[in-house]
Every structure is written in structure tokens, then in C-alpha cells.
Ligand binder design. Structure first.
Ligand SMILES: O=C(O)C1=C[C@@H](OP(=O)(O)O)[C@@H](O)[C@H](O)C1
Ligand SMILES: C=C(OP(=O)(O)O)C(=O)O
Length: 431
């Protein structure tokens, strides 16, 4: 789907969708529990569908009523060996679609159940790193068969408790997957992170949701995690809070002169992407809180700054757009992992914003931006089939002098299926 967008100011209230990261975690904890849970404020984006379907494959029963999921957990199949044999000896087929979270969370979880699991997916997912798990599987004698190209991975074997150690700069999702799994084993484990941990906020989300479901982990400075075995997830009800990664698009839109109240934000959220607020403040934006919403304004204009992407990779494309219209120089550092997301986001951000008239240069691990007065637009730009690039370009369109056409715009369904409807509802002009 190609969309031509006219330059037009956005205004009004936008209620951000529920946090995708928290939704993955709540669905997984509920689906591993030993009872029935209601998970409220769920949006069935492609990634969340991948996770719900995955957990159904292991025996969880999931029913949808509007934005609420009623989940009856498969905890009994983990703990009861007899039930394992009768209920889940077949190969589980897990379609991760393009969701790195689903893949890295569910691979270790799958080893809790009897029978092999086959993980398939598409887009960039087959190219995103998994070697941290492969090393563990080699060590523990768990069989795994990856294939080249599109993801098609068969994992067969049961993870054993023990000592795990690996670097913290590839993806925090490996840690989250192991944290979900290890407490259900019959012995204690320790995870040691051998380099400074990046994406720390996502580990805090994992620990927080697990805690809500009665599972606890000892966290020693995010470099060492002590996990007691023999725990179980207790059924509980949970509401998913609004998503700061999605709010970032609208908060940056505000910084760029749009006029939005960005609603359903938890002011003490653990989401790492809440960093968008402090980054924009450092660039000259002031925020006013109205209820659970924020309105940003840059009365005296925006100025460039130094931005460390290590803890908040997902907001970087739209923050980079904002920097393109901020006076002076912005350098974005520690952003190497943006190259291993749905696309190479450093390359995609630089190439598409350059087409629109920005002065932006790709660095090996970041971006170097010199602010310009305006973006001319008038070009066709590609989303790279990456939701966060598509949404960033939609915000760029509001500040371009000429219309732009965004190609492969439907990819927003990965995290925010209603994005284009919401965009139109606040004044976005799509032809
Ligand atoms: O755990 C999560 O929910 C996520 C962790 C982050 O990945 P990395 O830890 O690989 O940076 C983030 O980019 C991704 O969108 C969601
Ligand atoms: C990278 C993302 O998600 P995932 O890693 O789950 O595919 C994202 O949502 O930007």
C-alpha cells in the first residue's frame, strides 16, 4: 500500500495504543499460569497475535472480547509430566511472523514442554541474531536445526537449570526469554551478563510483569540475575499501560510544531522509551501534563544534542527526524543494534530523510545530523516494510513543504494496526 500524504498540522487528542512490550509479557505470564487471567487493554497487532498463537500451541486457552483477553494458562502442562505426555507431545508450530520478541521469548519457553517446536517467520526475522541461544543449546545437548534465509528453526529438548553467561549488547530479548523460563525449572540458575547491559528498561518490564504474576528474580545491578527454580506463575488480572514507543511519534510531532495531547501515559512507567520525554526536553521541548496525557511545545525552537541510543533503540528513527529540524548538530551514539531490527534502521532513517532534504549521515554505530530550516519533501520514500520507519515518515510528512508518498505503508500493523486511522483522526491528510 502506497500512501500520499499532504503537509498538514496534526491536532487534538491521540490515545496511544497499549504497550506492545508489556502485552507480550502479560500474555506469556498468563499463559504460563495455573489458572484464568483477564488481560485488559490489548490491541491485536501482528506481533501480539504471534505471541498469543504461540502460547495457544502449548495449551493455553485464549479468548478475545474487545480489548480484553481471557487466558487460561498452560502451567499444568509444564509441571505435570503425565499431562505433558498426553497433551503436548506433537511438534508445536510457532509462527513468529516478524516478531523478534515472540521468537526470543518463546524459544526457551518451548523447552518447558514435551515435543519439538518449529519456529517460522518472515521479513528480517531469519537474519536477526540467535547465536546466544544456540551456544546454550550446544552446551546443554538441546537439538536445534536452523536453516539459511527465512526463519525455520526446529528446537527439541528441555532446558536445564544452571549458569548462563553471555554479552548484554546483542539483544535483551534473550535475557527476557530465559527469565520467563528458568523459574519453572526444578533447580536454581544464574544469568551473568558479561558486558554492560543495553535495553535495560525492557528487563525491568519483564521483572515487573513476572512479579505481578508471583514470580521473583534477584537482580544484581542488571549484570547478574539469580533465579530460584520451582516457582509458578499465579493467575492474576492485568491492565496493559499505554505505549511510550508509540507515544514517541506523537510527542516528536508536538516538538515539531503539531498540537497534540498524547494520552494514556503512565507518568511513572518503567518503559525505557519514556526517555523520549527527557531527550526532547534536552532539545528544548517543555511538557505540560493533563490527566494521563502530555502536551509538548518548543516555544524557543529546537536545538541539537547528544543522544545515547543504548537503552531506547526503538524511538531513534523519530527522534532523528526531530533532530533534522533542530538547530545545530545532533549525534546519536551507541545505536549499532538498530541495524538488526526489522530493517537496518540507521540506513533506512538516513536514506529516506536525506531524500526529504535532511542533512543526516550514517555512522557505523549512530547518526550525525545537522539541523536544517525545513524539509522540502515532494518525494517517494520507502518504509523498508518497517513499522517504525513508516510511522516516522508519516510524522515527517506533517512538516514537509511538499506532499510525500510512503510505500509499503501497511507494515504499521506489526505494532499499531490503527495507526493510519488515528493519524487521519487528528488531521493527517492522506490521499
Ligand atoms: O523486550 C522487548 O519488548 C523489546 C526489546 C528491545 O530489543 P533489544 O533488546 O533487542 O534492543 C526492543 O528493540 C524491542 O522492540 C522490544
Ligand atoms: C524491534 C521491534 O520489535 P521486535 O524486536 O519484537 O521484532 C520493534 O517493535 O521495533
Amino acid at each position: 500500500m502506497d500512501l500520499t500524504i499532504q503537509p498538514h498540522k496534526l491536532s487534538g487528542t491521540v490515545t496511544v495504543p497499549p504497550s506492545k512490550s508489556l502485552a507480550h509479557r502479560a500474555v506469556i505470564c498468563a499463559a504460563l499460569s495455573d489458572g484464568t487471567c483477564k488481560i485488559d487493554n490489548i490491541a491485536l497487532s501482528d506481533d501480539i497475535i504471534a505471541t498469543t498463537e504461540a502460547m495457544k500451541a502449548f495449551g493455553a486457552v485464549i479468548e478475545q472480547d474487545g480489548s480484553t483477553l481471557t487466558i487460561t494458562g498452560a502451567g499444568q502442562y509444564v509441571t505435570d509430566a503425565k499431562a505433558n505426555e498426553s497433551a503436548t507431545t506433537a511438534e508445536h508450530l510457532i509462527d513468529c511472523n516478524e516478531s523478534g520478541s515472540t521468537l526470543r521469548f518463546v524459544v526457551p519457553i518451548s523447552t518447558l514442554f514435551q515435543g519439538a517446536s518449529r519456529f517460522v517467520g518472515r521479513g528480517n526475522l531469519g537474519k536477526r541474531p540467535l547465536t546466544i541461544f544456540y551456544d546454550i543449546f550446544e552446551e546443554q545437548g538441546i537439538s536445534y536445526k536452523p536453516t539459511e534465509g527465512e526463519l525455520d528453526l526446529v528446537v527439541d529438548g528441555n532446558l536445564k537449570p544452571g549458569n548462563f553467561s553471555f554479552p548484554g549488547n546483542v539483544s535483551s530479548q534473550f535475557i527476557t526469554g530465559l527469565l520467563f523460563t528458568l523459574p519453572l525449572l526444578d533447580g536454581d540458575s544464574v544469568i551473568t551478563i558479561t558486558t554492560p547491559l543495553e535495553s535495560i528498561g525492557y528487563i525491568d518490564l519483564t521483572l515487573d510483569v513476572m512479579n505481578a504474576f508471583g514470580v521473583t528474580i534477584e537482580n544484581e545491578g542488571h549484570q547478574l540475575f539469580r533465579i530460584s527454580g520451582g516457582q509458578s506463575y499465579k493467575a492474576t488480572d492485568y491492565r496493559v499501560e499505554g505505549d511510550y514507543s508509540q507515544a514517541a511519534f506523537f510527542l516528536c510531532a508536538d516538538a515539531l510544531g503539531n498540537d497534540l495531547l498524547v494520552d494514556d501515559l503512565s507518568m511513572d512507567s518503567l518503559q525505557g522509551d519514556r526517555a523520549v520525554v527527557s531527550i526532547l526536553e534536552a532539545m528544548g521541548v517543555s511538557f505540560e501534563q493533563q490527566g494521563n496525557g502530555l502536551i509538548g511545545t518548543a516555544k524557543d525552537g529546537l536545538h541539537g544534542t547528544l543522544i545515547d541510543a543504548a537503552q531506547c533503540p526503538d524511538i531513534i528513527p523519530v527522534v532523528a527526524l526531530t533532530a533534522c529540524l533542530s538547530e545545530g548538530k545532533t549525534e546519536i551514539i551507541n545505536a549499532g543494534r538498530l541495524r538488526i531490527k526489522e530493517c537496518d534502521r540507521l540506513q533506512a532513517t538516513a536514506s529516506e530523510l536525506k531524500k526529504l532534504g535532511a542533512d543526516i549521515e550514517e555512522l557505523p554505530e549512530g547518526l550525525l545530523i545537522h539541523g536544517v530550516k525545513s524539509l522540502k519533501g515532494g518525494e517517494t520514500v520507502w518504509s523498508y516494510k518497517d513499522h517504525r520507519i513508516a510511522m516516522m515518515l508519516a510524522i515527517a510528512a506533517t512538516v514537509c513543504e511538499q506532499p510525500i508518498t510512503v510505500t509499503d505503508a501497511e507494515c504499521v500493523s506489526k505494532s499499531y494496526p490503527n495507526f493510519w486511522e488515528d493519524y487521519k483522526a487528528i488531521g493527517g491528510k492522506i490521499q
